[in-house]
Write a protein that binds this ligand. Structure first.
Ligand SMILES: [Zn+2]
Length: 422
């Protein structure tokens, strides 16, 4: 059992960095993020870990294993936040990893595999409109070319932002994972949704991470006087947009068993006057699923609806696909290990998809990867009211610790620390 009091103390200290009247703001590569990262590095060094701050700004802290030939077991999350976010997103998983190392140290438990903690840089898209920069570079999924165009909301480019943070953009690809790769990667995160709470479960074992397919859709009708145009002679662009939204809702509901969701989250109406029939609408559509084929069926419905609206309402509709990412399945062996541990510990758990993206989806490109969730009160996240009860975090960390031991293979006889091969 981990020391939850010690976890809470570190958690409170970390959340002093970037604290504002309206929640936590620790944007990637900011002063606040530097503060928390430096503090985290000092905690890792105190726990006898050897720490690297890599070219992307990831913190990588290593505990040696007894067999130097074996690849490491990775765990961790991120320390950056959105603007005016909560205290739990990212921090919970990063400090869970630290607490596990402290606990293994206390108990003189050695493992055959090394254990490596990650605090990934720029997980949130809040600064650049681009998420998981640290883990994507580490996993070799992006390079300098894709990142060079990024600017923050104030128009500052990534090169000068990294420079101010003491990092050289030209060397960012040096953060790519060196061989040998990891033998597993495990992340604990808050759920950021209402499922665990509504099913009264303590831990979520994640089966896959949904990836969005996004569209920008322009519906073109005909603007006309709202009083003098009879109902059967209209080409109302808003009614067309409404049909698209309703058809998407129906299609996603048919796919609920795959955790598929579809949202029209943004709509603009032209000309936007009470007495004018809408001549044009712009809508933004976000469809997510952990099943590629399920997501494709919803996309098919979208295209069919667009064709039908041309026939029935004479609306011209331009559909632009903004992104189409592939969902990531979690490794079945990692899922099994989490489930077995929950059963052994008598933890009420739920196997569930993750609707939000996480660093683990990138780490899955390198090694067997998996995640567990702890409940979010009211499903609230990215908001100052974000909350998870400490006893539930404790249960989650204890499950994660057992999973780390499962993958890192503890040796039977405790070895005095002086004798550890370094
Ligand atoms: Zn997060």
């Amino acid at each position: 059992m981990v020391n939850i009091k010690r976890f809470k103390q570190t958690f409170d200290h970390v959340n002093e960095y970037g604290k504002t009247d309206k929640g936590m703001t620790r944007l990637a590569y900011s002063e606040e993020e530097k503060g928390v990262t430096d503090y985290f590095i000092s905690c890792c060094r105190e726990a006898d870990l050897s720490v690297t701050f890599d070219a992307a700004g990831n913190v990588i802290a290593r505990r040696p294993g007894l067999d130097p030939e074996l690849s490491a077991v990775g765990l961790g999350s991120h320390l950056d936040t959105v603007i005016e976010g909560g205290k739990y997103d990212g921090v919970t998983g990063t400090l869970a990893a630290l607490e596990i190392i402290r606990d293994l140290n206390d108990k003189h438990i050695q493992t055959r595999h090394p254990i490596v903690i990650f605090a990934f840089a720029c997980e949130e898209s809040a600064r650049f409109g681009f998420s998981q920069i640290g883990s994507k570079i580490f996993a070799g999924l992006i390079g300098k070319k894709e990142l060079a165009r990024l600017t923050d909301k104030e128009g500052k480019d990534i090169r000068s932002i990294l420079n101010e943070r003491g990092l050289d953009f030209d060397r960012i690809e040096e953060a790519r994972c060196p061989a040998p790769k990891l033998s597993a990667f495990l992340e604990l995160h808050i759920e950021q949704g209402p499922m665990l709470e509504s099913y009264n479960k303590d831990v979520g074992v994640v089966t896959g991470i949904a990836a969005p397919t996004r569209f920008s859709i322009c519906v073109k009708g005909h603007a006309a006087h709202s009083g003098s145009t009879p109902m059967n002679q209209r080409q109302d662009a808003l009614i067309g947009a409404a049909e698209i939204a309703l058809e998407l809702e129906k299609a996603a509901r048919r796919e609920m068993e795959h955790g598929t969701v579809a949202t029209v989250g943004d709509i603009e109406i032209e000309p936007g006057a009470m007495n004018v029939i809408p001549g044009e609408t712009q809508l933004k559509v976000d469809i997510r699923s952990i099943s590629r084929s399920s997501k494709d069926r919803v996309v098919r419905t979208l295209y069919d609806t667009v064709d039908r609206l041309y026939q029935t309402r004479h609306l011209k509709i331009e559909t632009t696909m903004l992104s189409d990412e592939t969902p990531v399945r979690m490794n079945p062996k990692v899922i099994d290990s989490f489930e077995n541990i929950c059963e052994k510990q008598g933890i009420n758990y739920l196997t569930m998809p993750s609707g939000a993206g996480h660093d683990t989806m990138n780490m899955a490109a390198l090694c067997p990867a998996g995640m567990i969730f702890v409940p979010s009160v009211g499903g609230i996240s990215h908001h100052p009211d974000e909350h998870t009860a400490i006893p539930q975090i404790e249960k989650g960390i204890n499950v994660l610790e057992q999973a780390v031991l499962h993958w890192a293979e503890p040796v039977d006889i405790p070895v005095p620390r002086e004798q550890i091969i370094r």
